[in-house]
Design a protein around this ligand. Structure first.
Ligand code: NDP
Ligand code: A1CAB
Length: 269
């Protein structure tokens, strides 16, 4: 019999996962969602043909519970949910900074827990999801989680101690690229291009560069060198990037993101 999956706290990431599982062939009859607001539940019912239930009902009815609330809401959610979760359920958390220990401490002894850090490109089936098993998660549990998150992109297994770094890199990563695109679009405006043209030019450059990074098998340094002509335009720009410490800024930025992920965990434990 097909396993029933409940998405608990169906916001942006939860809805992306829900739509991915349906696109991958899972029947809406085998999916449940929970929400905080009735109108959100109604939207999901109408949009995907799934049943919206209470957190307690989801805990009882689903084989796999995927928790996609914000880290700050996880304590309250667990107070409500945990008493209803039988110990044979698989509990999956997609929240930044929430450790498997935090969840295990609130669930019945022996409950399998898996932690996942995903990212918003799950919306276009290009997500990157890093998976770590808790104390009671078996190979079969990890494979089930890989199957679900594999329906919306790539997956990788990492030791849980690396999850703060993963969060800083691929979890938040899309935001850094959007930030760069915003800044480079402004640079196009500064150089006299219309905004729409500047946007289209840099977005297509980003897509082309991303596909080459993924498909060429070349190291990023070689790809960059292929663009950088002697005494040309690119090296003039790169000198300014180095003068302004962009490489150092990225190292500091990702360290700050990783530290913040750790702080969230410490603040909630
Ligand atoms: N956004 C991102 O890029 C990424 C996010 N994450 C993680 O994913 C998680 C979700 O993020 P995101 O989707 O952006 O957040 P959202 O706020 O979009 O989604 C969370 C949803 O949970 C609902 N909710 C909160 N408490 C409860 C409850 N007790 N019962 C039922 N529903 C509840 C919220 O309801 P309401 O609408 O009423 O607030 C909201 O719809 C976070 O933990 C985040 O760390 C991970 C990787 C990337
Ligand atoms: O900003 C955040 O906290 C979440 C986690 C990773 C991406 N967004």
């Amino acid at each position: 019999m097909a396993q029933r999956v409940a998405v608990v706290g169906t916001g942006k990431i939860g809805e992306a996962l829900l739509s991915g599982m349906i696109r991958a062939g899972k029947s809406p009859d085998d999916l449940l969602v929970t929400t905080r607001r009735a109108e959100r539940a109604e939207d999901l019912r109408r949009g995907y043909g799934v049943e919206a239930v209470s957190n307690a009902e989801a805990a009882k009815a689903a084989d796999i519970l995927i928790l996609t609330v914000k880290p700050q809401d996880m304590g309250a959610l667990m107070d409500e949910l945990a008493p209803h979760v039988p110990a044979d359920r698989l509990v999956v958390s997609g929240a930044a900074g929430i450790t498997t220990k935090f969840l295990e401490a609130r669930l019945a002894a022996g409950t399998p827990v898996v932690r996942v850090m995903s990212n918003t490109p799950v919306l276009v089936d290009e997500g990157m999801s890093a998976i770590s098993g808790g104390a009671h998660a078996t190979e079969a549990h990890l494979e089930r989680v890989e199957e679900i998150f594999g329906s919306v992109g790539k997956t990788i297994r990492v030791p849980e101690k690396q999850q703060d770094a993963v969060t800083a890199l691929s979890g938040s990563g899309p935001a850094y690229f959007y930030f760069l695109v915003e800044a480079m679009t402004d640079a196009g405006i500064l150089l006299g291009l219309p905004r729409a043209a500047a946007h289209d030019l840099i977005v297509q450059a980003a897509i082309g560069a991303s596909v080459m990074l993924r498909d060429s098998g070349e190291h990023p340094t070689l790809l960059r060198e292929a663009v950088t002509s002697p005494a040309g335009t690119t090296i003039a720009a790169i000198r300014e990037l180095e003068n302004h410490g962009v490489r150092a800024a990225l190292l500091a930025a990702l360290e700050a993101a990783s530290n913040r992920s750790q702080e969230i965990a410490e603040g909630l434990s």
